[in-house]
Design a protein around this ligand. Structure first.
Ligand code: ZN
Length: 244
């Protein structure tokens, strides 16, 4: 476990999944052996060193996608996955132009993950917060000391490891946006929401810089083969839907 190196990098890091929503949360059974958890990439260094034995061991642990699904991972039950309701909790202060832009981003991100689900994932709209599975909300300021943050996802998980609700919080005007063009801001928003929706579906961070689920960055707006593989590994019925 060589990834528990704190990073104070202030640029464009993705929001981290809260540990209270991840699988290091209380649902972890007492007495079970500690396992290498993708949640522990939360504090991964920006660049993975490739010279020490420790880091090579860790890389091999992450990179082998043929490994069986880790049953400690949290996921939606199949029935819920097929009928996920998304509630958008618009801030009262957000203007119509900004809402329209976010709506485009939401539509695209939902369509992309739904497409990746090959019929097993459906993301619909809910008009009632309490009937939703995923709530989208915005916040104007980052948490003190996390000014690199652009968003985060907090998963509520049953004792059986099933996700019961996810709240995605998006930062309205993260620091990184000050350095971006208008077009790049929408791209950044899409990258952020794709990433947070990945967490909402149960995915953890990737160490591959081209993945939407890469632990840091904002440029990936297309689900990569690695993202799709991670999704199929978490939900094997998607694999069977693909006929693979
Ligand atoms: Zn993340």
């Amino acid at each position: 476990m060589s990834f528990n190196v704190s990073t104070n990098n202030s640029q464009a890091g993705f929001g981290r999944t809260s540990t209270s929503g991840g699988r290091l949360a209380p649902q972890q059974q007492a007495g079970q052996p500690q396992r290498v958890s993708q949640s522990q990439t939360i504090n991964a260094p920006e660049r993975v060193p490739t010279t020490t034995a420790d880091s090579l061991e860790a890389l091999q642990a992450w990179h082998d996608r043929s490994q069986p699904v880790d049953d400690n991972r949290v996921r939606w039950p199949e029935s819920a996955l097929a009928n996920l309701a998304l509630f958008t909790d618009w801030p009262a202060t957000m203007d119509d132009r900004a809402k329209a832009q976010w709506q485009r981003v939401i539509n695209r991100a939902c369509a992309d993950w739904q497409g990746a689900g090959l019929g097993r994932i459906n993301l619909g709209v809910s008009s009632l917060a309490r009937q939703s599975d995923i709530t989208l909300q915005w916040q104007t300021q980052t948490v003190e000391g996390r000014d690199y943050e652009v968003g985060h996802a907090k998963r509520r998980v049953s004792t059986g490891g099933q996700i019961t609700h996810v709240t995605i919080t998006l930062i309205e005007t993260p620091l990184i946006d000050a350095t971006l063009s208008t077009a790049d801001i929408e791209r950044r928003q899409l990258a952020t929401l794709l990433h947070e929706l990945g967490h909402a579906l149960g995915l953890e961070h990737s160490q591959h810089s081209h993945d939407v689920m890469f632990h840091q960055g904002w440029r990936n707006v297309v689900l990569s083969p690695g993202d799709l593989a991670a999704l199929k590994q978490l939900y094997p019925t998607i694999q069977s839907a693909a006929g693979a």
